[in-house]
Design a protein around this ligand. Sequence first.
Ligand code: ATP
Ligand code: MG
Length: 481
Amino acid sequence: MPFSIKKLNLKLPAVSMKVPLFLLLLGMGFLPMFILGKVMTGSFMQTQIDQRMIEVQNQCLITSDRLTRSGYMNAETKDAMMDKELDTIGDIFSGRVVVVDRNFRVIKDSFKLAEGRLNIAEAVLRCFQGESTVLNEEGKHYFAVTTPIYSAMDPAVIDGVLLMTVSTENITANTADVSEKISFFQVVAFWLLALSAMLALFLLMKPFERLQVVLDRVASGNLDETIQENAYKETRQISAAIQTTMTKLKTVDQSREEFVSNVSHELKTPITSIRVLADSLMGMEDAPVELYREFMADISDEIDRESKIIDDLLSLVKMDKAAAELNIAQVDVNALVQQILKRLRPIAQKRNVELIYESIREVTADVDEVKLSLALNNLVENAIKYNVENGWVRVTLDADHKFFYVKVADSGIGIPEEYQEHVFERFYRVDKARSRETGGTGLGLAITRDVILKHHGAVRLSSKEGEGSVFTVRIPLNYIS
Ligand SMILES: Nc1ncnc2c1ncn2[C@@H]1O[C@H](COP(=O)(O)OP(=O)(O)OP(=O)(O)O)[C@@H](O)[C@H]1O
Ligand SMILES: [Mg+2]
């Protein structure tokens, strides 16, 4: 089981958005239709009422004129013909026709309810002042129209008022009818919309779902899955991105396995030697003390080697943690390099290697003193270790306005071209026998590179076999986290 795959969140949001998307589509389709239905019924009713009002107003004007001309208001006895006509008009408009005379007395009521009584309603009073009114109170199922009846003798004199009250109940009933039809249409449309939204979502989401199935398999640990869903640009991009990530993951996974097997191998080697030495000592009955001494010294060397490997591994593990663990401070790099050289001078002298330090300018930089010291120490140590008798190592410190540079050049054995890109890998050693002899684990340059990268710097190697090597380190003067 790959170690990091469980941490991957491979859930496509599009797939879990199906229900909200469905509701959104439905809402967007249905809401305008619902509002439109409401507006349509409302305006239908208002138009019907307005139309009816105009008709009634016209009828009132005609009737009031006929009343004037027939002298209805001044006749001693009621004009039966006109009376009948007023009843008929009332019937036609399913309303009530009332005529009020100058003394506010009702002289005609098609409903025969108020004849002889007084009517001093506000609309009637205003009508006697010459103002026709239309009264349509909200919530009441009728409207009332008043029209003045002018005198036949003097058209400026108002003899009476014609008051017509018309019910709007049939209009309300008609509107309810229309509204019912609209509602029915809306229900049908709603289901059609729901069905088509569902179908569209089903078809649209299919490629995402197919992709999700593959991703689920990847998340469950199958790194060999091929992810390719080309239906949309988005699925294509997601597929490509995940495929790239997976390839990287596979590489990481491989190098992790390699690392673990290297570590176990490296840790086992000294222990095997110790075992062989100890066994052979125990197998000898009367071994001389000198032999004991010699074997014990070898065993002690192997123990040193084991503990060095463990120390180096611990440094690497620490380095793998977040960059925040760097202990950044203003450090005098000159002093730091000088201290490293002082520490390594005895080893150099033992091999008769000349150590030269060249400081082109004073350098202070934001670095982790302990880690950087370890990194540079490894470079100088290598330059001494992989050198020739009577050789030299030259360390140069320089800086510009942005970076400082440490160059470690040696007159050593050099590194063949084909190995140069590998020397920074963990446990990599060019000449296994030689570096064994010098006690190397192959972790030194890996640690060096890690430290430099953590400082946002870079390290470059140029070397020629048999002529020597130059390692150049470049690190920013100011550390930006
Ligand atoms: N200056 C150099 N000249 C020639 N070869 C070098 C030089 N520096 C490194 N190498 C080669 O690169 C290999 C890796 O170096 P590295 O420092 O990582 O490991 P090491 O020196 O073998 O062990 P360690 O530094 O962990 O004790 C060395 O084994 C050696 O073969
Ligand atoms: Mg080394």
